[in-house]
Design a protein around this ligand. Sequence first.
Ligand code: GLY
Length: 570
Amino acid sequence: MKLIQVRTFLTICISTAFLFAAITTEATSRHPVRGINGVVASSSYIASDVGVEIMRQGGNAVDAAIATAFAMAVTWPTAGNIGGGGFLIYHGANGEATAFDFREKAPKASTKTMYLDDEGNVKANSNHDGILAVGVPGTVAGLELAHQRLGSMPWADLLQPAIDLARNGMPISWNLHDSFKRLNEWWQLYPSSAKIFLRDDGSFYQPGDTWKQADLAATLGRIQEHGKDGFYKGETANLLANFMAANDGIITLDDLAQYEAKEREPIRGNYRGYQIVSMPPPSSGGTALVQMLNILEGFNLREIGHNSALYLHLLTESMRRAYADRAKHLGDLDFNERMPIADLISKKHAAKQRSTIVMHKASESDPARFAQPYESEETTHFSVVDKSGNMVSLTYTLEHGYGSKIVVDGAGFLLNNEMGDFNAQPGVTTESGTIGTRPNQIRPEQRMLSSMTPTIVAKNNIPLFATGTPGGRTIINTTMQTILNIIDFDMNIARAISAPRIHHQWLPNRTRMESGFFSADTIALYEQRGHIIDNSDSIGSAMAVYRNPETGVLSGAADPRAADGRVAAF
Ligand code: GLY
């Protein structure tokens, strides 16, 4: 949609209090989109505009992030959510950095073997499909906690754009049209979802149609009025708990009332003099990211050359080592007090691991240890910077695209299928993709391990850029390659997030490579070292913002891989 159409539509459909004249919404090429007062880069052009409009009204980066997140729950249903969970990393211009954890939790009635049949196999993919795959949602609690700690505008103002979009409607893009259509068999399975994703006569929404979500508007209205209690108690909670009870689900009113988001100490690393601030467990992201950067710090990557065969080899070997440690050690911090995080992110551990890398030969990935299946790529990330230089990096998810595909009848929002991120078969680990290690086994109220890696990189403790991406386990590697592209290869953020990338996760022992972007010569030299390549159309969908430390000019970049992604700036 052209800029002028976006503005016209928004001016008509979003709150009349909004004035959009000063906002630029642009697709990113190799040139970041610049602004002075605020920038948002997200997968939804409408939500990016909402976030920037909040900053235009005087809100800070946290206010803008909250409004963007609620807007995306309306405009980007594949991953934007109130029925899922995620992480927010904040880094203030004053040097304060913190992390908010609103990952979903296992319901109290869950058990370690709840998905297994008598032979110990997962029954009918039930950890991913169906109502038992739903974890207790965390998003609303997390956004409220971030607002209480660091927000400046009234909570109600941050919900209003999302309510307007849900109530008055928003345009169906080609991308939404395609994905609603693609998921038709799910809508046929769940009538409460068909009501939302199909027209009243059962036909598909067409590009340009106005899509209204009245039940979601009402739910967001309750959250606007009562904060977190508007979701975890009262009418919304009753709708959810009754829906669960009627459909053999196990989330209860008690699960909802007991859910709490947590503020946590971020993972901190140092890479070539830059400070890395990222997400601690229950994400594996920050830990593995810092571990890989520490290993790579010992090589002159600039001299080795961007995306040369040797460079790809070193990346692969760092990924192999960090993902093996991830599988072995990481889970929810609250249930695994002795996780060796400090050791994993230490320079000493990195030096030890670096010394095991052979320059001309791929290492083994021992299948007798623990394997890690590829995951769905459906999550979403956005980055925000405000005029003071405060930054937010937020990744949240329903797990698969549209999560469980189940909408809570009468409440209008999708439920996650995040329970699939637990290790469902205790003790069973195979090369084909099952992990059974202990730290991430199911326990009531435990948070499932995540790969989401919202990250902010600072120089002299002043935020320089924020980045992150969806992509399941590929998230950590995409974020790392973005950081290397900026720090080691002086790319601007637009080039850094669009550059071709690879992914390796220890097991399966194969490298996913974006096809069509690496030369035959490079591939041949890489394969000679013993690596096996799986071609991939696309890995991740990164969003980044940057503040020029000399001029103070802000900029943003949306991954060209994101169909509806845009930067809004003013
Ligand atoms: N559901 C994707 C992740 O948390 O890593």
